[in-house]
Design a binder for this molecule. Sequence first.
Ligand code: DLL
Length: 428
Amino acid sequence: MIYNQAIETMPLEQLRQLQDERLRTLVARLYRDVPFYQTRLQEVGLEPGDIRGIADLAKLPITTKEDLRQHYPFCMFAKPMGEVRRIHASSGTTGKPTVVGYTQNDLDLFDEVVARSLVAAGARPGMKLHNAYGYGLFTGGLGMHGGATRLGMAVIPVSGGMTDRQLMILQDFEPEVICCTPSYAQTLAAECKARGIDPAALKVRYGVLGAEPWTEAIRTEVEAGLHIQATNIYGLSEIIGPGVSQEDVDERGTGSYIWEDHFYPEILDRDTGEVLPYGEEGVLVFTTLTKEAFPLLRYRTNDICSLHYDPNGKRTHIKMASIRGRADDMLIIRGVNLFYTQVEEVIHEMDFLVPHYRLIVSKKDALDQVAVEVEVQPGIDPANKELQQRLSAKIKNTIGLSMQIELRPTGSIPGSQGGKLSRILDRR
Ligand code: DLL
C-alpha cells in the first residue's frame, strides 16, 4: 500500500513542475509577508520574479539556526497569530529553544506526511500505534499522533519513559506498530530480555524509529530484540517535525524517501556552501515548499548525509542516506573528524559486542583523546584483553584513531530513558 499513490509515484518531470510552481509562490509570499526574507532578497538584488523554479534555487540565500535565534520567538512567522493553531519548540543544547508555528493547513500537511511515512513503515488502518515519542513541545509525540489518526490507526499515546508501563502496554494492548527513538527501542528490547518476555509473543511487528542518528548495528539488535521490522523516520521541528523522510519497510537499508513535493532537499559542501551532486556527502538543506506559518528557504539543518534517486524503489521521490551525524556534534580528535556512528559501525562488525556504548572525550597533556565504553554480549568476559585489542585495532584501521577501549558487562551502560540519547560524554 502507498498512502498517496498519485503524489508518491508521480513522474519526476511532473514532480519538478509542481516544485517549480510551489517555489515561485513561496518566494512571492516570503517577500511580501516576512520582513527578514524581504531584506535578505534585497541584499542579494533579487525580486520574487527572478525565481522561476528549482533551477534558480541556488541564487537564494541560506537560512541558518542563528537567523531563527535572532528572530526568537515569533518574528519569522509568515502568518498572524490569529491563524496559528499550534506552536512547538525544540530545545537546543544551549540557550533559547527554536520555536515553530503551524496553521490548520500546516497541521493537515503534517498529518499527510506522517500518514505516508507510517504506511511506508508497514502500518495500516485498523492497527494500533504505541506512540512512545514524547508529547509536549517536542514534535515527535503529537506529530506521529496526528498522522496515525489521519491514517485510521488507534493511537496509544504512551509518550516516553516509564518503561514498566511501556512493557505492560506492549503485552496487554497488543499494538502492531511502535514508534520511539532507536536508543529507547534498545532499552525496551533489553528490558524484555531481562524480564523473560518473549518478543515473538508480542503482537508488535513494525518499529518507526528516529529523532537521532542510528545505524545497522542498532537495527539488527532491535529487530531481533523486539521481533519487529524497524525503519528510519527523519525530521526536524523547523521543517515540520517527524515525517520529512521515511524508509520503506521493504527497502530497508537503501535510504529514506523525502516527501519532496513539500520539502525540497539540497546537499551543500560543509565548508564552501557549494551545492553538491547526488551521491556526495554534505550538509542537508531544506526549502519548505508549502508551509504557511513558518516557511523556510534553504534551511541549513547541519545534518550530514547524501541524496540519491532509487530506480528500484516503489516511489519516485528522492532518498536520503541515513544521517551520519550533526555537523555540530562532529568531534575533531587530533585532526581527525569523528562521528559516533562510525564507532557504532565498527561495533556492528564485532560479534562479541552489543551496540550499547558511549564515547568519553577528555584531554591529556593538551591532546584530545577518546575512550569507547561498550557492552559485551552476555557470557563474554569484559576483562578479556584479546577482545579489547581486536576492537582497538579495528577502530584504528577503519577510523584512523587510537581509542582507549573499555569493555563493560551487559546492561551496565546507561541507555535511553525515553527520548534522545547522548552518546558522547565530553569531559574536556
Ligand atoms: O527529532 C523530529 C522527529 C521526531 C523525527 C520523531 C523523527 C521522529 P527535533 O527535536 O527538532 O525534531 O530534532 C531534529 O534530530 O536535525 C537530526 O539531527 C536529528 N534527527 C531526527 N531524526 C533523525 C534520524 C525531531 N532519523 C534533529 N536520523 C535533526 C538521524 C535524526 N538524526
